[in-house]
Design a protein around this ligand. Structure first.
Ligand code: AMP
Length: 176
């Protein structure tokens, strides 16, 4: 079975979470399957080792999981983008609109050394708002967006269209 089929089989759909009408794609069953979790890291590595990537930015909090595993596998630094108020040293911040209200994310001001080519990773791409915020932070901190990596893409929400203006290299292991 392909890695795509194995992820599809393992993901748990939770209807009406965190609010009515949303089908939440729960990736926690993937984490219980040690072989699958490790194969996901290898599949991501196999794709991205063909590009020049100097660092991986993972988006809090599920972007930390395979973002850091991938960074370890590729032997490059991992940098967290976190919700406002969590990073202790000097930061750059970016706020963005959500369906209801707004959110703010931060990156450490000294995240990158020189102009690094940065891969932005999260578990899931929906509208693209979160990944755009991460891309803005990467630019603010002096990095160059080299691509976007997701486990899952909800393609009917057209998030990839929004991300293309930063970089065309957008990769997901599964697309719904
Ligand atoms: P967006 O900014 O709309 O692309 O939303 C992406 C962020 O929200 C990611 O960090 C996802 O983990 C989370 N997210 C959005 N929709 C879902 C969903 N249906 N299932 C799981 N996570 C989601």
């Amino acid at each position: 079975m392909t890695i795509t089929d194995r992820i599809i089989q393992s993901i748990r759909d939770v209807p009406d979470f965190p609010k009515p009408g949303i089908i939440f794609k729960d990736i926690t069953p993937l984490l219980k399957d040690v072989q699958l979790s490790s194969d996901i890291t290898q599949a991501l590595k196999q794709h991205w080792e063909n590009y020049r990537i100097d660092a991986i930015v993972g988006i809090e909090s599920r972007g930390f999981i395979w973002g850091n595993s991938l960074a370890q596998a590729m032997k490059i630094p991992f940098i967290p983008v976190r919700k406002k108020g969590k990073l202790p040293a000097e930061t750059f911040a970016h706020s963005y609109d959500l369906e209801y209200g707004s959110a703010e994310v931060e990156i450490h001001a000294d995240a990158f050394e020189g102009q690094m080519n940065v891969l932005i990773h999260d578990d899931l791409l929906a509208t693209g708002g979160t990944a755009v915020a991460a891309a803005e932070l990467v630019k603010r901190a002096g990095g160059k967006v080299a691509g976007f990596s997701f486990l899952v893409e909800l393609s009917f929400l057209n998030g990839a269209e929004t991300l293309k203006k930063y970089k065309e290299e957008i990769h997901s292991l599964v697309s719904f």
